[in-house]
Design a protein. Structure first.
Length: 338
């Protein structure tokens, strides 16, 4: 009997030990193989951003978002800054094709300059995402504004303000940036899709500013001298259009000329709406673009498909900002993104 009791006690102790070990193992949880694969696949990859230039709201905002994700997911992120030089950007892209990073994020100066090189990059196995400005070459992904849609929205707003009998006249001026940039060629198409349906609207000036606010100001000063009854103005980018707004205000025509512009939705642009410099600000929302861009970067780095095998795009939503809805939800600062 004593031996049987000892045996039962021993068996009970072993069972308790086994149960405790099992419980401890369970308390450590269960490895998620999808998480392990996700992080393991991304770790050590190399992503390079080729902007038009650093130092302004759009590129700094996207870079801040991309840098955060790279740090979180432990892959390399670099910037090759051509400082507004298309030649320098071309050389940087040629160098990257030789270096073969896993992915390039390209911000095109126009629709043609990088087109051949982006195709070469994909042929070498480098995946390419184009951000906000497209080229003639469709790559693995495009994330950004639909410039045709922006043009349509801008022209519709001007027609609503300057149609027959509505404003000081039916005269409208258009300021472009660089005539061969995607933001110009596609936005102009959208503008004229609307204006062609409204022959009463007279475009009295259409000139390129090269994104220079001083040149934009000079152009608008001349337009207002020649057409003092100007009713509306459409600009391509809020940074350059501060010059247009300045000329309108200095001429004392802030209540007469309805100025429409577009941009990334930064706080300065929103303040220009609040101050009455911009009447309508069409925002393509840089923080949102940065989040979509990050999702595309991760998707492409995780994909087994080769560069160029599958092509996609995403035109992000636009927000029309006026004095009635300008607020912190619609606006951002760089500090918010860091």
């Amino acid at each position: 009997m004593r031996l049987r009791t000892i045996g039962l006690l021993a068996a009970t102790a072993l069972a308790a030990t086994a149960w405790t070990a099992t419980a401890n193992a369970q308390n450590k949880g269960l490895e998620n193989p999808r998480s392990t694969t996700f992080h393991g696949t991304l770790e050590g990859k190399k992503v390079v951003f080729l902007p038009l230039s650093m130092g302004f709201d759009l590129t700094e905002g996207w870079a801040a978002r991309m840098r955060q994700q790279a740090e979180r997911l432990n892959y390399d992120f670099e910037i090759r800054d051509p400082a507004w030089s298309t030649d320098a950007g071309t050389r940087a892209l040629q160098s990257l094709i030789t270096e073969k990073p896993d992915l390039i994020v390209a911000h095109n100066p126009d629709i043609q300059s990088y087109a051949r090189l982006l195709a070469q990059a994909q042929a070498k196995g480098i995946k390419v995402v184009q951000i906000n400005l497209e080229s003639n070459t469709q790559t693995d992904s495009y994330v950004g504004a639909d410039w045709t849609e922006i043009g349509e929205q801008a022209a519709t707003a001007v027609v609503d303000r300057c149609g027959e009998g509505k404003g000081s006249s039916t005269k409208v001026a258009i300021d472009t940036g660089v005539p061969t940039a995607a933001s110009d060629v596609f936005q102009l198409d959208g503008i004229y899709r609307v204006l062609d349906k409204h022959p009463e609207i007279e475009v009295v000036s259409q000139q390129a500013t090269e994104y220079n606010p001083e040149k934009a100001r000079s152009i608008m000063e001349t337009v207002l001298q020649q057409h003092p009854d100007l009713c509306g103005a459409i600009g391509i980018w809020d940074n350059q259009d501060t010059g247009t707004a300045s000329a309108i205000q200095q001429a004392g025509k802030g209540d007469q000329v309805f100025l429409v512009t577009s941009g990334g939705g930064n706080q300065v642009g929103c303040e220009n709406v609040s101050n009455g410099l911009f009447n309508l600000y069409i925002s393509y929302n840089v923080p949102l673009q940065g989040d979509i861009l990050n999702a595309e970067i991760a998707r492409l780095l995780l994909s087994d498909a080769g560069a160029g095998e599958s092509k996609t795009l995403f035109f992000n939503p636009l927000t029309q900002i006026t004095k009635d809805n300008v607020n912190q939800r619609n606006c951002w600062t760089l500090d918010d993104l860091k």
